[in-house]
Design a protein around this ligand. Sequence first.
Ligand SMILES: [Zn+2]
Length: 615
Amino acid sequence: MATGDDRYRKMGFMCGLEIHQRIDTGEKLFCSCATKHEEKKVDAAVVRRQRAVAGEVGGIDVSAKFEELRKRSFTYNVFAGESCLVDIDEEPPHQLNPEALTIALSLAQSMHMRIVDELQTMRKNVIDGSDPSAFQRSAMVAIDGSITVNGAEIEVPTLFVEEESSGIAATGSGTVTYDTNRLGIPLIELDTAPTIQSPAMAKAVALYLGTLLRLTGKAQRGIGSIRQDTNLSIKDGARVEIKGMQELDSMDKFIENEVLRQQKLLEIKSMLAKSKAKVGGAADVTRIFANTTAKIVREQIDRKGTVMALALHNFKGMLGYEINPDMRLGTEISDYAKMAGVRGIIHSDEALDKYGFAEGEISTLRRELKLGEGDAFILIAGTSAAEAMELASQRAGYALQGVPKETRTVRDSVLCTTRFLRPLPTGSRMYPETDVRPVAITSGMLAMSKKMAPDLEQEKKRLHTMLKNVPLEEQLILSPRLPLFRTIVAKSSAEPDFVANTLLQKFTELRRQGVAVDAIKEERLLELFDAYAKGSITKQAVGELLAALAKQDEKVAKLAEGLSLNRITGGALKALVERVRKELGGAQAGKDALRERIMAKDRLRIDGSELNALL
Ligand SMILES: [Zn+2]
């Protein structure tokens, strides 16, 4: 029987992961700024532009060139105490943060890696503007590691400590504003070899590495603090990197869709080859649409924009060819065009009626472009239509070759589809950082990191002694909420099984109902489990209180009071039983009728076993 993995092996599926985890050190990697974002006020802002220059070997990186075509300018927000002159590249970096190094070393130990004798900081080109210096500092800590996941050995060739990039605060047309408080926070970067053989396995490996990072006790939490980038390709396809997947739950689905996309692009390639398709030249056709009634074109002409057209010979039907759920080849071409700041493209595989073109405009266009029956065209209107068409034409050309090498990011988190972000960077982008002295790794550092090394097997054993429910145990070890579980169990006397069940099943259930459970503060959860352990609320009330806490950050005691969720127990419960007994006709009232009447009203406030004992 062919297993799922066999199916992917036959496709020549190759997949590797690149994990970035922000670590919770006191200071940033090369300066003394805080790593917590508490300062909300922007202190100052710096504006920069970037230009692609030839590297040491003479070539210009395609992604750098691409970025220049986008002609964007970058603004960097500075926050007191959280960004400094080092962050905006006006002061040399300080020494590498030893705390970050120790954490990286401890991880290297737990993956049986070979640790370098001396840490050499390098500069890695960054072309998206997220670093004011246009490079990121990175230091290789260890090589040649491995982990065992579901019985398979996965190589971990490298481990780095590096600087986090700036966070995007806002994007406008031709501008991006970055917050530099995030810049320079230490990151651990782990790579796996591209030997992962199925989408399900990729997810399992990502979960495993996430757990290992969390077990250091120094992994930052919250959205974006861990990033799992995936590199994958199939036979005859191309290497594509997917960034920005937030939910590991759907990682396998994203990978499956990328495999499908590559297969469909290969189908398109072979059809285009059969029909001898080719990309024609771009032409300014603004005058054809000078009096157009098509609203979206009209608006752009009124703004002094131009209308560009591109002939695509023997492309008919291909632009509308579906390559992923709700995505066509036309979508991919449009994504490239949008990078130059236009709203999108219009193409001949669409129902053109919806745009409201005037009689004869399209036929004039087809005539002037000398289009035959099997030909297609693309139109782009806007003030940057020429640049956008250059990019669109480039993407249309790639359709003849198959799958372009790209970095992609999430388009739709429900459909699990991706969109083009930028071309995959080519060649080596690293050169030595001469402003930072190398750090010799001492035997003391090695001994200390060995002691601190996270141990997944040990953790499993600990959980095993704590929990009765085995499936829960396996889920919990891989869950991002494992540290939270440990804190709650350490600080309250609530039963571990109940805590685990709530953090896993109950959270998932509530999240599916649209409750923002992940927004609940840790201290509130501690209060909640404490209230339960002390008997002031019942098990059944916990779900209600979680839903309430997700809406409103409030002390649990006050919330329970306000929602009448305080437990009825002891003397109060006795009194309630007596009152209801009288209502039901005194001593002859049946136990079941009594229980039913009481629970109907106060199900969330009464512990069933306490009531049974009383009855
Ligand atoms: Zn700083």
